[in-house]
Design a protein around this ligand. Structure first.
Ligand code: ADP
Ligand code: MG
Length: 394
């Protein structure tokens, strides 16, 4: 294979992670360059999106690996987005980087799925603060800044009074704070799973030292290599996939009922995890890049919707559906201009099923086809409301 030109977008050419990724590229015969995101110029012109670097026209790249620090998220993500417009593959999409930087936004997105997350509340009105604290489990409670990193901005408030005072203080400084259940059973430990593509390539447990409850390596946390159970592994990979990240550090607490996702990092550090596990994580990232660089990130809904009257849709096959128990060939879908792209049966995805594959009640079908046919299978979603709470709804 021809050597690939790979841009590592980083402000820190000498930091461990950047150096390791660059080495991994070189070792595989590719051509890496570390480029400071703030030295790019972004030029937005119809059909000619382009970039300059240090005021000169940027040469052509095959792929980018964003390593964007939280202090330059906005500009860094704009640079990655520009590469995307120019058709250059990125290890993490710009949109996913932006979502992952906001702890509220990422938890909101994850909350739709069947994954353990730390119950959290976000309120603005003073009258809502106390009910919010109580609803996530009362004191002690975690109060955290939406955009903190390395443990800074994560506070454990022992009492409701202290929590209220902290929240009021931060809000008065126009800072956004999340109120979150304190997962005490994890006792200052957490799991960092390093996800590359569809697998966890390395995982470690981090332990806070002394009276500290935050296990971040930057807070003195100690690390050890762990082998994840299938449940933890699946949770980490799913979380990354839902947020659209192909390279991610998924932080999970070990809750009483299994993994509790706290946050998903889009530029996870390599030093801690490589030292703790002896895994060549940088190599795994570059191997993944090489394998996937030809696959453009296309927005399937946008593309397929271009044919008038056609769309992609996902629906569950009801027990009374005329599809249940039939093979795809006998279902009549194809005759009515619908193609089944995949069948999800209790979490197991059967991709590109064939005519003799059967459709069961309870299957989640992903289809592409004529809207007039698909509409019959798409129920209107009415929010389920619990009776007891109905009287408080406004
Ligand atoms: P940061 O982005 O600063 O790393 P995190 O949300 O990951 O912020 O929190 C930092 C650390 O604080 C975590 O690694 C964990 O040890 C501890 N922590 C955070 N949230 C909770 C929680 N809800 N319950 C218990 N410990 C927590
Ligand atoms: Mg963290």
């Amino acid at each position: 294979m021809d050597p690939l030109k790979i841009a590592i977008i980083s402000r820190a050419p000498r930091c461990y992670s950047t150096k390791r990724i660059r080495e991994a590229c070189t070792k595989r015969g590719h051509k890496p360059k570390v480029l400071d995101p703030l030295k790019f110029g972004i030029y937005v012109e119809s059909k000619h999106p382009s970039l300059t670097f240090r005021s000169r026209r940027l040469s052509e790249y095959d792929a980018v690996i964003p390593r964007i620090g939280s202090s330059v998220t906005f500009y860094g993500a704009a640079v990655v987005r520009q590469f995307e417009q120019m058709g250059v593959w990125s290890a993490n999409p710009s949109q996913s980087i932006i979502i992952s930087r906001d702890k509220l936004r990422s938890l909101q997105v994850l909350s739709r799925y069947d994954l353990g997350i730390a119950p959290s509340a976000f309120v603005r009105d003073r009258k809502d603060v106390l009910p919010a604290i109580e609803r996530v489990g009362g004191a002690p409670v975690i109060v955290k800044l939406l955009e903190g990193t390395q443990g800074v901005g994560v506070i454990l408030a022992d009492s409701i009074k202290i929590a209220e005072a902290i929240i009021e203080t931060l809000q008065s400084k126009s800072l956004n704070v999340l109120i979150q259940k304190f997962v005490s059973e994890s006792r200052g430990k957490d799991i960092r799973a390093f996800v590359v593509g569809d697998r966890v390539v390395a995982a470690m447990r981090r332990k806070a030292v002394g009276t500290e409850f935050r296990s971040n390596v930057h807070r003195g946390g100690e690390t050890e290599s762990v082998t994840l159970t299938e449940e933890y592994e699946r949770t980490a990979v799913r979380a990354a996939q839902i947020l659209g990240l192909r390279v991610a550090g998924v932080d999970m607490l070990e809750g009483a009922d299994g993994p509790v996702i706290m946050e998903v990092n889009s530029s996870p550090g390599l030093e801690g995890i490589e030292n703790a596990t002896n895994v060549d994580v940088a190599g795994a990232i570059v191997d993944y890049l090489v394998e996937n660089v030809r696959f453009d990130d296309l927005d399937i809904r946008q593309r397929l919707g271009l044919a008038r009257g056609f769309q992609v849709a996902e629906f569950t096959v009801g027990t009374d559906s005329n599809l249940a128990g039939k093979s795809i060939a006998d279902s009549g879908l194809r005759e009515r201009d619908v193609i089944v792209l995949s069948i999800n049966r209790s979490g197991q995805v059967h991709a590109a099923p064939k005519g003799d594959d059967e459709i069961h009640a309870g299957d989640l079908l992903l289809c592409y086809g004529r809207k007039n046919t698909l509409r019959d299978y798409l129920p209107l979603k009415k929010p389920k409301r619990k009776k007891a709470k109905a009287k408080n709804n406004s």
